[in-house]
Ligand binder design. Sequence first.
Ligand SMILES: [Zn+2]
Length: 239
Amino acid sequence: MIILTDFSDNLVALYEYMPGRALVVDPPDAASVLRALDTHQLELTTILVTHHHGDHVGGIPGLKHETGCTVLGSDAARIPEMDQVVTEEQAIQLGPATIETLETPGHTRTEVCYYRVPGAGETSGLLWAGDTLFVGGCGRLFEGTAEQMYDAFQKLKALPDDTQVYCGHEYTVENYQFALTIEPDNQAIQDALTAARAALAQGHPTVPSTIGKEKETNLFMRASSVEEFARLRQRKDRF
Ligand SMILES: [Zn+2]
C-alpha cells in the first residue's frame, strides 16, 4: 500500500491489487496521484469512493481524463463521473482481488467502507474506512444519526482483528488526546499516542491500524450502547 500524504490531512491509499495495476481510494486531487503512478510504474484502473465530500472526490475528473479509469461509489447523484454503483450485496472483482462494500451511513447518508477480502496466501484483509472509522476516533455526523454510526461500527467490529485499517484523515493524535480526557489513566491509549507522535515525527502516517488495535484503543469502538456512543460523539464535537 502506498499512502499519499501531500494534502492537508487527507490520507490517500494507492493499492497495487495485481502486478502493475492499482486502485486509489478517495483522491482529493489528480496531480499527486499521477506522480505516484509514474514513480511506481502503475496503471490506475479504478477509483473507489467512500463518500461525496469535495476532499474525497476532487481528483476524479483529472484522473479519469488522464487514465480512463473506472469510478465506483455509492452515490451517483453526488459523486462526479461515476461509472458503477456499489452495493453491499455485490462484491467488486479486480483481477484476483475481491472487495466487499460495507454500507456505513453516519458521516453522510450514503457513506460506504471497502473491505479487501484476504487473497490466496494472505492472512489479513484490508479496510478502507473513509470518514467512518478513524484511527482512535470516528467521523462527524453530518447527515446520519448516532444510531446509524453505532451500527456501522458494529459492522466494522465484526471484521477479523488482524484486518489492516486505512482511514481518510490523519486525525490520530487529536483522537487519542480526546480519548485521554475521558480515560486519562488508559495505558493502551497513552502508548498509542506516543507511538503516533513518533511515527509522525519521522514523517510516517499513522495508518494502518488494525481492527484489534481499534477495539483496544478507540473509545467509539468500545462503546457498548448507542447512548454511550452518542455521548462520546457529542463530547468530541466540543473538544
Ligand atoms: Zn467527509
